[in-house]
Design a protein around this ligand. Structure first.
Ligand code: PMP
Ligand code: GLN
Length: 384
């Protein structure tokens, strides 16, 4: 039957992971770590399963986790949060994004997004009947085009959807850029939905700064985190929303319709995770930074140009110096088939109806063991 979802392609991440499996390729496509997250969290989740609290937890999340989310906001960013009224636990950041947009956006409202963009943003906004204003960032530095952004705002702007640290670019928005966005939000009385799943994955000296912590933004911002990224367990799908109480109420209503609750044992384990000492989060970022360097150096040796990356799981490489002319999609198909390495064509992060979509960029995930990255590089050398 014809549906508003009929035209939606299967996500590029599943497509490339399936191709990687089919061709026995090393999968540097879909972003998931190839090591387990902290053992104590696994043990805590297992213990919680056995202790007989396996029925529906509270709608907005188990109290232990909501309190831990509040403490984490205070510890890392100085944001003070009421765990009873300002936190909602969701099935991953994916649900948090959809629920936040459901909470804010009415049919016909304008929403500003930045391109390249994560793959769930556009289809969800379209289902909600939003009018999408896309602001394109330009490689290699992906700096905020301030005049273009200012021009994308109008009296009908309801919200901006911001992802920092940013997938797929590895960009971390600077304080200056965030202040510029904050100024526009205040002037237009608009809100921000901040997808900050990679908040703990930034590489020194760059640090993540939440828009929510800027003056005047506390009441306008919905901030989203993910245990998948902060504890290297992407399959757990535990996300958390921090928002001012009136918005958190609406997000909770959307969550009530979408999934209602999240597995209680995982929530309780994630609460322990969020309370881990700061050294844990520093080690996580430091390990990821060295994986980034390892991959970047290898890609350069294999003939790619490598773009700067200050955070996330991902590095973008330019294939132009390789002399391949068929575009990023064909390149990725050939690389997975003949080169034994899977990556994601960056054009998949653009609105397909747009003009002049860049097609010489490929995204590689470095959230992998160094040996795996080294083998991938070796394969890429041989192909050349
Ligand atoms: N937003 C971004 C930018 C992501 O890269 C991802 C996923 N990896 C998500 C949201 C989804 O996070 P989750 O797995 O917690 O749903
Ligand atoms: N966020 C992950 C990525 O960008 C994948 C998530 C998914 O497969 N939907 O690779």
């Amino acid at each position: 039957t014809n549906s508003m979802l009929s035209g939606l392609p299967t996500t590029i991440f599943s497509v490339m992971s399936a191709l990687a499996a089919e061709h026995g390729a090393i999968n540097l496509g879909q972003g998931f770590p190839d090591t387990e997250g902290p053992v104590d969290l696994v043990e805590a989740a297992a213990a919680a399963l056995r202790d007989g609290r396996n029925q529906y937890p509270p709608l907005t999340g188990v109290p232990e986790l909501r309190r831990a989310v509040a403490r984490s906001n205070a510890r890392f960013y100085g944001i003070s949060v009421d765990p009873n009224r300002e936190v909602v636990v969701t099935c991953g950041a994916t649900e948090a994004i959809t629920a936040s947009l459901m909470a804010l956006v009415n049919r016909g409202d304008e929403v500003v997004v930045f391109e390249p963009l994560y793959d769930t943003y556009l289809p969800v906004l379209e289902m909600l009947g939003a009018v999408v204003r896309t602001v394109r960032l330009a490689p290699p530095h992906w700096d905020l085009p301030r005049a273009t952004l200012a021009a994308a705002f109008s009296p009908r702007t309801k919200a901006v959807l911001l992802n920092t640290p940013m997938n797929p670019t590895g960009k971390v928005f600077t304080r200056d850029e965030l202040e510029f966005i904050a100024g526009l939000l205040a002037r237009h009385d608009a809100y921000a939905v901040c997808d900050e799943v990679y908040e703990h994955l930034t590489f020194a000296p760059v640090r993540h700064q939440p828009l929510m912590a800027l003056p005047g933004m506390r009441e306008r911002t919905i901030r989203i985190g993910s245990a998948g990224k902060s504890f290297s367990m992407t399959g757990w799908k535990v996300g958390y929303v921090t928002a001012p109480a009136p918005l958190a109420d609406l997000v909770a209503k959307a969550h009530q319709l979408l999934t209602f609750t999240v597995a209680p044992n995982l929530q309780r384990a994630v609460a322990l995770g969020l309370d881990k000492d700061t050294a844990y989060f520093e080690r996580l970022a430091e390990g990821m930074r060295s994986a980034r360097d390892w991959l970047a150096e290898g890609l350069v040796r294999a003939g790619f140009d490598v773009l700067p990356c200050d955070g996330s799981y991902f590095l973008i490489a330019d294939i132009t110096p390789l002399g391949f002319r068929g575009g990023d999609v064909a390149f990725c198909q050939q690389m997975v088939r003949d080169g034994g390495v899977a990556a994601i064509p960056v054009s998949a992060f653009y609105d397909p109806r747009g003009q002049n979509i860049p097609d010489s960029y490929v995204r590689f995930a470095f959230c992998k063991k160094t040996g795996v990255i080294a083998s991938a590089i070796q394969r890429l050398q041989t192909v050349r």
